[in-house]
Design a protein around this ligand. Structure first.
Ligand SMILES: Nc1ncnc2c1ncn2[C@@H]1O[C@H](COP(=O)(O)OP(=O)(O)O)[C@@H](O)[C@H]1O
Ligand SMILES: [Mg+2]
Length: 371
């Protein structure tokens, strides 16, 4: 008898600025999941946050704003935090869903807020469903550039110098803050919302006027703003895969099409290049791989993460920049391409991620929950 297929809830879209990026990633994941092994249940989340069962990425994209709970061909569902109901519950009508059996594993292909930041992970933990990727803490740390950098500092991983301010401090005393930044960091600086991704809300400032404007912009996106010393660098990325014994891939280089790797260079102009393997000294590549694994373990990540570095052009110094716990996942995205170059093709990478999700869940079930 054929082995029972694993039932995967593929979750994508969502209430984040990276909704469209998620749809592109989810299309590739769906196309590459082996249908002999898996039953795939697509669950598209609209921009407004409604979960629609059976809505594939292209459909969600085409009809985003107009798809609603009233749409006769999709079913709005919810997942509750009750572990005895490890299934999707329809939101309307009394008829039980034909096809809402329990899910064996959830694969969140969501980038940014409400997907990559620990919030969805919290819901999935409550529901006790195995899921691909990092847990609550790892995902939250992976989104918060300030806390992430604090941990990198504790590990003595070199990073660029930075300052962090709260929005209310900025609004109270902008001139004092501008003085402090100029004194400590000089120009150019990079100004970023602490909790965001895809370069949204990030600006490079070359003088005081640009700096004040950049902080204003970042403060629209988050209540914490990070200002970093800007360096002249190459951008090197490493893919990490595993749970307690993670492995690092070969490293790759991004050559951004703009002055820096902004949203346009990442997703729109198609002119940025991925160079795999990066043409850098072998000892530097080894050092980056070592730091990537160290960062992965220290931030309590699991499943997957892409760890991004700056390589300063003048000095050859390596600086760790950030981790991405749900990196872009199309066939041409850096994360899968780095694994492919390391000998793990896309479809096998998906198999491995699902295995890791099930392993991590099984390991957690071993924890005693009573005295
Ligand atoms: N301190 C810095 N020095 C030089 N370039 C930077 C610096 N910080 C960010 N950048 C540029 O901005 C891009 C986006 O910054 P990053 O911190 O990676 O934010 P995101 O989480 O949005 O990807 C980087 O890929 C790089 O091109
Ligand atoms: Mg980045």
């Amino acid at each position: 008898m054929a082995e029972k297929k694993i039932r995967i809830g593929l979750v994508f879209g969502g209430r984040s600025g990276e909704h469209d990026v998620s749809l592109a990633s989810a299309r590739s994941v769906m196309a590459n999941l082996d249908t002999n092994k898996y039953d795939v249940v697509p669950i598209g989340i609209t921009r407004a946050g409604t979960w629609l069962l059976g809505t594939e990425p292209a459909r969600l994209q085409a009809t985003n704003e107009s798809v609603s709970q009233e749409d006769a061909t999709t079913t709005a569902v919810t997942l509750t935090g009750d572990p005895s109901l490890r299934r999707l519950i329809p939101l309307q009508g009394s008829e039980p869903l034909q096809d809402n059996g329990a899910l064996d594993v959830i694969f969140p292909v969501l980038h940014g807020t409400y997907g990559e930041d620990g919030t969805l992970q919290g819901l999935l933990e409550m529901a006790n469903v195995p899921y691909v990727g990092c847990g609550v803490l790892g995902a939250a740390l992976g989104m918060d550039k300030e806390k992430m950098k604090m941990i990198f500092k504790m590990l003595n991983l070199p990073g660029v110098d930075y300052l962090v301010y709260r929005r209310n401090e900025w609004e109270r005393s902008p001139e004092t803050i501008l003085d402090a930044i100029e004194q400590r960091l000089g120009y150019p600086t990079f100004v970023k919302p602490v909790n965001l991704g895809s370069s949204v809300g990030i600006n490079k400032a070359h003088n005081r006027v640009e700096l004040a404007h950049a902080i204003q912009v970042a403060a629209e996106y988050d209540r914490k703003i990070i200002i970093e010393h800007g360096i002249n660098c190459r951008e090197i990325e490493c893919a990490v895969l595993g749970n307690d014994e993670p492995l690092a891939s070969v490293v790759g280089e991004i050559q951004a099409s703009n002055e820096f790797y902004d949203y346009n260079a990442k997703y729109l102009d198609n002119k940025s290049q991925c160079i795999i393997p990066a043409d850098i000294p072998q000892a530097t590549a080894e050092e980056i791989r070592r730091q990537a694994v160290q960062a992965f373990l220290a931030l309590d990540l699991s499943g997957l993460a892409r760890v991004d570095f700056f390589l300063e052009k003048e000095t050859g110094q390596v600086y760790i920049n950030e981790v991405n716990t749900l990196p872009g996942f199309t066939e041409i995205s850096m994360y899968p391409k780095l694994w492919e170059a390391s000998g793990l093709p896309y479809a096998e990478l998906l198999d491995r991620l699902i295995e890791l999700a099930l392993e991590r869940h099984a390991d957690r079930q071993r924890n005693r929950t009573s005295r």
